[in-house]
Design a protein around this ligand. Structure first.
Ligand code: HEC
Length: 94
């Protein structure tokens, strides 16, 4: 019995590990959001050198109305993380 449980626990490990990054920013999802909602007006290169954290702060400001933006954005908290991760990892470094 014990060894069966042990095998089951080992078998579950990759599954558990695969779920850990689900909480982290998902830059592939961010790319979809960027392409669908931002690319009409924005190019990645205009964000050159901006960090993930700076982008998140700006996006939260846009959502809150404290940073001017010509278009009202409707992004969830995870959309913001994902799109900031995508932009900061894909824009040229300067
Ligand atoms: C209708 C056109 C339009 C769309 C769509 C749009 N933006 Fe913008 N955005 C602008 C303009 C214009 C500015 C202010 C001028 C500028 O680029 O500095 C701006 C500013 C910003 C800023 C502030 C920093 C900066 O570059 O000046 C961020 C961050 C930003 N947009 C992110 C986004 C994201 C992310 C999306 C998609 C979810 C998006 N925008 C969609 C036109 C747009």
């Amino acid at each position: 019995m014990k060894s069966t449980r042990f095998v089951a626990a080992i078998a579950l490990c990759p599954w558990l590990v695969a779920f850990i990054p689900a909480n982290a920013a998902d830059s592939a999802a961010g790319q979809k959001t960027f392409t669908a909602s931002c690319a009409a007006c924005h190019q990645l290169k205009s964000y050159a050198g901006k960090s993930d954290a700076e982008l998140e702060t700006e996006l939260k400001g846009i959502m809150a109305g404290t940073v001017k933006h010509p278009k009202k954005l409707t992004l969830s908290a995870s959309d913001i993380e994902n799109v900031a991760a995508y932009i900061s990892s894909s824009a040229p470094k300067n």
